[in-house]
Design a protein around this ligand. Structure first.
Ligand SMILES: *[C@@H]1O[C@H](CO)[C@@H](O)[C@H](O)[C@H]1NC(C)=O
Ligand SMILES: *[C@@H]1O[C@H](CO)[C@@H](O)[C@H](O)[C@H]1NC(C)=O
Ligand SMILES: *[C@@H]1O[C@H](CO)[C@@H](O)[C@H](O)[C@H]1NC(C)=O
Ligand SMILES: *[C@@H]1O[C@H](CO)[C@@H](O)[C@H](O)[C@H]1NC(C)=O
Ligand SMILES: *[C@@H]1O[C@H](CO)[C@@H](O)[C@H](O)[C@H]1NC(C)=O
Ligand SMILES: *[C@@H]1O[C@H](CO)[C@@H](O)[C@H](O)[C@H]1NC(C)=O
Ligand SMILES: *[C@@H]1O[C@H](CO)[C@@H](O)[C@H](O)[C@H]1NC(C)=O
Ligand SMILES: *[C@@H]1O[C@H](CO)[C@@H](O)[C@H](O)[C@H]1NC(C)=O
Ligand SMILES: *[C@@H]1O[C@H](CO)[C@@H](O)[C@H](O)[C@H]1NC(C)=O
Length: 582
């Protein structure tokens, strides 16, 4: 009765104070009435209802609006669909359609049918989109293979995709450049072997549409896409806006920090795409007068660190950051729809069950989900870091395992079963605030103290990786007997043994303060990663810097020389005994 009265009161408050349309107001009040436990959540409710209603609208549009490329072509015919920066080539929607029809016909004649998989391994961006679009037209699935892969990794990818054929370009050998390497992290799989991202059509549509409606994009927008097309950000979130929503997309072959804003001016871009490192590179550029003269109104991407978020917006005069979260292989997508600094998305606090995602408690060391006595995962409250998962059904099918006598075995089985059937584990640990905004977070154990300072492993990893041509770098603290704090150690994946240690030492001096420079280096062919794309540090941290335990090449930062020296058994002894100064 009380809640009914409140809802009625709210009706007028919202209408008068916020000026929301009646329909939204009534909906909001109904939601409030049925969805809340009363006044406790009132404040959160007021703060978040606008956002949540917008999101609900987006979800409805994404569900209802199943436009296909044919309609886009009909509607936008001669409008420019794709511009290829570099060659300057322009394709209209009709030309793209014609090209993809020819591809479809050819493949059909050669006997390819619905459900077949064809691997696409090429760099030529003009043909790329048309090729897989053509495949899609006859139901052939395209396995988009990372163009930088070679040897076993390449064989592996093509093999697991089950492709009947591979389409490859006659391009020159790739210049293994800067941007392309950026994406190694994203395509690497659990076993160290990269995953081929196979595009599922409905997911393609869903991801592109979610971003389009969620961030309020328009078909008149011009989007600047300098991300690789074998990756979901470049291909789905970027090119998808062209195929599905009739936007003009400018495709840049390689990201160039110095030309970025000039390109935006040249093509009248209104939306730019980024991934975290791109923003950092742009900020590293000298100030240019052109960097504020563009018409970019939105930067769209993932992984912009909170530390550079506002600096980026201010310096480049970009009014909105459209940060989203969504890995290709997991279907929990999030979006920061209303320009909230630092957030990668949100979930409704009013009706959390509407969107089937949840943050649940997790052991951040082992990344195993923590369960209550009933075996069900424990949802996180505000401020509590947790792993993002798809909905976990409360009416659990765990009961059928009750019969086991051995409780350990039962729990193991349950864990397995719950994980496989009801949850979709994703790649990251996030933390939610009171209003339901979600943020990436440094995991516990990701900072350590050295020489009285806190060292963020994430930051050091970022810097080292940049100095080392985007190699995989894992940073952790190791204990040195008799020394307070933990000494920094960096494991560097360097299969080709291509690191120039002297240059690295010199660069390091400029890039990092003394306390953050790794005391120990370990070069190994490959860094192990977890199923959630996290580097596995535990084992390496345990092995430490003892050359009798580690067969990889080890180095020690000799402060007196200011450079790295090989770490042998003798040096190890002298460090452990405290003779060698750190
Ligand atoms: C890329 O494809 C376009 C369109 O088919 C073609 O005109 C161009 O010559 C190709 N470029 C290379 C380097 O193969
Ligand atoms: C390809 O995959 C099959 C099983 O999926 C495996 O037996 C075979 O060894 C793989 N071949 C290569 C060359 O990796
Ligand atoms: C950009 O906009 C200006 C003015 O609106 C127009 O003259 C110019 O042709 C546009 N450039 C491109 C590449 O569309
Ligand atoms: C987004 O937030 C920033 C401050 O965090 C503000 O300057 C900017 O105007 C906001 N943009 C929009 C579109 O509301
Ligand atoms: C993820 O996909 C599964 C199966 O396709 C579906 O049951 C689940 O609702 C999806 N989750 C989200 C958040 O869309
Ligand atoms: C119970 O199961 C666990 C895990 O399968 C096993 O390690 C343990 O030995 C079992 N205990 C008994 C008493 O069988
Ligand atoms: C380092 O972190 C600890 C614990 O979070 C904090 O108490 C301390 O003030 C920090 N020290 C510095 C120098 O930032
Ligand atoms: C790696 O390179 C260094 C010098 O660049 C050399 O001393 C060392 O022997 C090489 N190690 C291997 C395993 O090739
Ligand atoms: C990587 O994983 C493999 C297999 O689990 C293990 O044998 C190896 O020691 C690990 N390497 C490191 C550096 O942790």
């Amino acid at each position: 009765m009380l809640r009914l009265a409140c809802s009625t009161a709210l009706l007028f408050v919202f209408r008068l104070l916020l000026g929301l349309p009646w329909l939204q107001v009534v909906a909001a009040c109904l939601i409030f009435f049925f969805g809340t436990g009363g006044w406790t959540s009132f404040r959160v409710f007021v703060k978040t209802i606008g956002r949540d209603l917008h999101a609900a609208g987006v979800l409805l549009k994404v569900k209802l609006n199943v436009k296909i490329f044919a309609e886009t072509v009909q509607k936008y015919g001669d409008k420019t669909a794709l511009i290829f920066e570099g060659t300057g080539e322009k394709w209209s929607f009709r030309e793209l359609d014609d090209y993809s029809n020819r591809v479809a016909n050819l493949l059909y004649q050669r006997g390819f049918r619905e459900g077949d998989v064809v691997a696409l391994f090429m760099e030529n961006r003009s043909q790329y989109v048309g090729l897989w679009l053509g495949m899609a037209k006859i139901g052939v699935e395209a396995a988009l293979i990372n163009f930088n892969l070679r040897l076993e990794a390449l064989v592996h990818c093509v093999n697991i995709s089950g492709s009947k054929a591979v389409i490859f370009g006659s391009d020159n050998p790739p210049q293994r450049g800067f941007t392309d390497r950026l994406f190694y992290i994203y395509t690497s799989g659990t076993t160290g072997m990269p995953k081929a991202a196979i595009v599922v059509h409905s997911r393609y549509y869903r991801m592109a549409a979610l971003v389009y409606y969620g961030f309020g994009m328009r078909s008149e927008d011009v989007l600047y896409d300098c991300l690789p097309l074998y990756h979901s950000a470049g291909n789905i979130v970027g090119v998808g806006q062209c195929l599905i929503h009739g936007m003009t997309v400018v495709i840049k072959k390689k990201f160039s920090a110095s030309k970025f804003w000039d390109d935006c001016i040249k093509y009248n871009c209104t939306i730019v795409q980024y991934i975290g490192e791109i923003c950092r590179y742009l900020l590293n550029q000298p100030v240019r007068h052109t960097e504020q003269q563009h018409r970019v109104r939105m930067a769209l991407g993932n992984g912009l660190r909170q530390s550079i978020w506002e600096e980026f917006m201010q310096r480049f005069n970009v009014p909105q950051i459209a940060e989203f979260y969504g890995a290709t292989e997991c279907n929990c997508s999030l979006g920061n729809f209303n320009n909230k600094t630092g957030a990668c998305g949100f979930n409704s606090r009013i009706l959390p069950y509407v969107y089937p995602i949840r943050l649940v408690r997790v052991d951040e060391e082992t990344m195993e989900l923590i369960r209550g006595p009933d075996g069900v995962c424990i949802p996180c409250g505000p401020g509590e870091p947790g792993q993002l998962v798809g909905r976990i059904k409360q009416n659990d099918p765990l009961r059928r395992f009750d019969g086991y006598v051995n409780e350990t075995a039962t729990n193991k089985k349950i864990a397995h079963s719950v994980f496989k059937k009801e949850t979709v584990p994703t790649c990251d640990v996030l933390v939610m605030d009171e209003c339901g905004y979600m943020y990436f977070r440094d995991r516990t154990g990701d900072t350590f103290r050295w020489k009285g300072e806190n060292v963020s492993t994430t930051e050091v990893e970022g810097t080292l990786s940049r100095l080392l041509d985007m190699k995989d770098v894992v940073v952790y603290g190791v204990e040195v007997p008799g020394v307070e704090g933990k000494a920094g150690m960096a494991a560097v994946a360097d299969p080709e043994n291509s690191t120039d240690l002297e240059k690295f030492s010199r660069d390091l001096e400029k890039a990092l303060p003394v306390y953050a420079r790794p005391v120990f280096l370990r070069f190994l062919p490959e860094v192990n990663k977890t199923g959630t794309f996290k580097f596995q540090k535990t084992e390496m941290r345990r092995e430490g810097f003892d050359p009798s335990l580690v067969s990889d090449r080890l180095y020690f930062l000799d402060c007196s020389k200011g450079s790295y020296v090989p770490l042998d058994a003798e040096l190890h002894r002298s460090i452990v005994s405290g003779k060698q100064k750190l």
